[in-house]
Write a protein of this length. Structure first.
Length: 171
């Protein structure tokens, strides 16, 4: 069982094990519901942050928005002009476009695009995310300095999702 720093089981673990079952399929509707709850209940961010991280895995898209010492996960739909067939190689031309109209403008947004196979191998720990990025299997758009500047926020997100990732299956 997952424990917080005080050693007590986390409320999220109890909810996950009773509300979502012993395993959750990665990127399923159930997984997104659990991730949304995990992020919403994880407490304050480690510092001020105004950043939106867009994610695309094949035809699935979502964003994690960090603002006002908190974060939220938002599922989004691809429009027909941004949809890319599953067998199309990802590149900067097929990457998820950043939304310049959302809070913070394009300067406070980054996006990652990848195939489901790549996402599964990274999420399961079989593959290193840095390696996938360097080999072009994860396409990044935005200012890499934002990733460096907000490293603590990404560590917070990893910690917030750790109980869920522990019961997630990848296929």
């Amino acid at each position: 069982m997952f424990h917080c720093s005080s050693g007590a089981p986390t409320a999220l673990w109890a909810k996950l094990l009773t509300g979502y079952g012993p395993v959750v399929q990665y990127l399923s509707d159930e997984w997104f519901s659990a991730a949304t709850e995990a992020i919403a209940t994880a407490g304050a961010l480690p510092g001020p942050c105004d950043l939106t991280v867009h994610q695309r895995v094949d035809d699935l898209t979502w964003s994690v928005r960090f603002f006002d010492q908190r974060a939220e996960l938002l599922r989004t739909a691809l429009s027909s002009d941004t949809a890319v067939p599953r067998d199309t190689a990802l590149s900067r031309d097929t990457a998820l476009p950043r939304d310049t109209a959302s809070d913070g403008g394009a300067d406070s947004q980054v996006s990652f695009s990848q195939t489901r196979d790549v996402a599964n191998s990274i999420g399961s720990g079989q593959r290193d995310a840095h390696e996938a990025f360097l080999l072009g299997d994860v396409v990044f758009d935005g200012d890499v300095e934002l990733l460096i500047k907000h490293r603590a926020v990404f560590d917070w997100l990893e910690s917030a999702l750790a109980p869920l990732m522990a019961i997630t299956t990848f296929t």
